[in-house]
Design a protein around this ligand. Structure first.
Ligand SMILES: Cc1cc2nc3c(=O)[nH]c(=O)nc-3n(C[C@H](O)[C@H](O)[C@H](O)COP(=O)(O)OP(=O)(O)OC[C@H]3O[C@@H](n4cnc5c(N)ncnc54)[C@H](O)[C@@H]3O)c2cc1C
Length: 505
């Protein structure tokens, strides 16, 4: 155990030591320093699952470059509403991190975040027309102030030389760039947050402790049963509030809680493979994250991208992800995870989703069967002069996409389901437990998700007792719609860019 709390009956139990629990714990302690918080983690350290640096792509998702957030309408116009949501959600994370850097809780922002331009790159006449239209609509909005567009070879080559080197001119191509983007090592950030929490009174983190049961006591508290993964020893603890931030492990725990709100949810695991290049002469020539267009039938998180990564001070390149399939819900999980999650209530929604998502299944099978030469061919679409020997395979984190029963007239229909690629908070009616399902846009929206948890479960605290004012110190634009307020957006971006050492325009 690491920490300073003697509480055997804490106020809050956080399950899982990834970026989500670390962020919620950090904000709760800022709002109410007297809270007793206990964090349980199955593994021997924090951030060893999806939040670990190489298990995700480290994009500070501001929807600058991810084309799946800006679908084209049948009339050719582009819908940027989803992109604006994601874009301004990331502003909350920037504010929280700036607050922590300014107060000295995080000594050096460069330990977890670095400036990295975000680019979209497409080829083929249809895709170029789409990107041109997307640029027209996005650059007209204050949130995308400074976005650049080019169809010019030499211009794009100055932005990202690797993608132009050796490319022929047979097909038209185009790119956009936002120089305000970032690369984030969410693993390093999680470590920094947990370290900061561990220095505070009233916080304990218990590693090698797997939460195996969640039962309601008569007084409304949650009895959390925990297994010691070293010796199999069992213990329990009760808390008023439980946050299930267990990543892929969240669905089984939600099922164990037996809250009616969790009924019918299922999960579909998607694993991923990266190609990684640590050759300095190559990685030093690529200072951007370059996102392309997703293949037909692919899930949104499988959009291929060629990224600069800075992890532990070392610059590398990452390309992918190539989707895979594993029945595990966590990288360190069990092959039986998917089967054990099947219940009487979620089997029909799951089968319904399987029937309606044939193209996804087809895509996944195609990806799993890809040879290393086929993988290289996909990489060469982005980096024509890529050579196989410079790249090695790395297994990415595991995602569990949420399958939820369809809601109709306020009631759940358990005979139909839909596949959700976003994140979803499932909240107990009495607000004493919340589970975070899904993994997209992901780590970059941890602050936004934290605010959502506060609003859904700690609404009384937010209304009284000064929490609201304190939250506004941490997130100064809390309560302001940045999508509508150009002045607030410009000001807060300038401030957070200066603290986090990012580009500002
Ligand atoms: C391939 C890939 C690429 C991604 N790219 C990006 C990106 O570019 N940008 C972005 O913002 N997001 C990205 N994401 C998403 C992001 O990684 C996740 O949304 C985020 O890391 C989830 O954090 P978490 O804390 O919820 O889960 P995790 O980091 O997975 O942590 C959950 C923790 O809970 C623990 N746990 C599980 N069950 C139990 C239990 N029963 N008891 C105790 N502990 C338990 C696990 O061991 C783990 O440590 C990506 C994800 C993947 C897989």
């Amino acid at each position: 155990m690491i920490g300073n709390s003697n509480a055997s009956e804490p106020d809050v139990i956080l399950v899982g030591a990834g970026i989500m629990s670390a962020t919620l714990g950090t904000v709760l302690k800022e709002l109410e320093p007297t809270l007793n918080i206990v964090l349980f983690e199955t593994l021997h350290d924090c951030a060893l699952e999806s939040s670990e640096g190489w298990n995700n792509a480290g994009t500070g998702h501001a929807a600058n470059c991810e084309l799946n957030y800006t679908p084209q309408r049948p009339d050719g116009s582009v819908d940027i509403s989803k992109a604006l949501e994601v874009n301004t959600e990331f502003d909350l994370s920037r504010q929280l991190w700036s607050f922590l850097v300014t107060k000295g809780a995080i000594p050096d922002p460069g330990a977890f975040i670095n400036a990295c331009p975000h680019m979209s790159f497409v080829w083929g006449a249809g895709n170029v027309a789409f990107l041109r239209q997307r640029f027209k609509e996005m650059s007209a909005h204050h949130c995308y102030h400074g976005m650049e567009y080019s169809e010019d070879r030499s211009k794009i080559a100055t932005w990202a030389p690797l993608i132009m080197d050796g490319r022929d001119d047979k097909e038209p191509f185009a790119a956009t760039r936002m120089i305000t983007g970032s690369d984030v090592d969410y693993g390093a950030l999680t470590h920094l947050l947990v370290k900061h929490l561990s220095h505070q009174p009233g916080f304990d983190v218990h590693y090698n402790r797997k939460v195996v049961g969640l039962d309601r006591e008569q007084d409304g508290r949650w009895r959390v049963s925990v297994e010691d993964t070293n010796d199999g020893g069992a213990s329990t603890m009760t808390a008023k509030f439980v946050f299930i931030g267990a990543g892929g492990g969240a669905l089984p725990l939600l099922q164990k809680s037996k809250i009616p709100e969790g009924k019918g949810y299922g999960g579909f695991p998607v694993s991923g493979i990266w190609l990684r290049c640590d050759v300095d002469t190559i990685s030093n020539r690529h200072h951007a994250k370059v996102y392309g267009k997703a293949a037909v039938g692919s899930p949104p998180m499988s959009v291929p991208h060629l990224d600069e990564r800075i992890i532990g001070g070392k610059r590398s390149l990452l390309f992918g992800p190539y989707a895979g399939f594993s029945t595990r819900f966590l990288k360190h999980g069990e092959l039986t995870d998917l089967f054990e999650s099947l219940t009487f209530e979620n089997i029909i929604p799951l089968l319904d989703v399987a029937r309606d998502n044939f193209r996804l299944a087809e895509y996944l099978v195609g990806q799993v069967l890809q040879s290393s030469n086929q993988q290289l061919a996909t990489l060469k679409q982005f980096f024509p002069r890529a050579v196989k020997k410079d790249w090695k395979e790395a297994v990415a984190g595991q995602r569990v996409e949420t399958i939820k029963p369809i809601e109709s007239k306020g009631r759940l229909k358990h005979e139909e389901g839909e596949l959700e690629f976003g994140t979803e908070l499932v909240v107990a009616e009495d607000k004493s437990l919340v589970a975070l399902l899904g993994a997209s846009p992901g780590a970059s929206t941890a602050a936004f998700i934290t605010v959502e948890v506060l609003e859904k479960c700690f609404d009384k605290g937010l209304a009284t007792g000064g929490w609201r004012d304190r939250l506004k110190t941490i997130i100064p634009t809390y309560g302001i719609d940045l999508k509508k307020d150009a002045v607030a957006t410009r000001n807060i971006r300038a401030k957070t860019a200066a603290v986090l050492k990012l580009e500002n325009i």
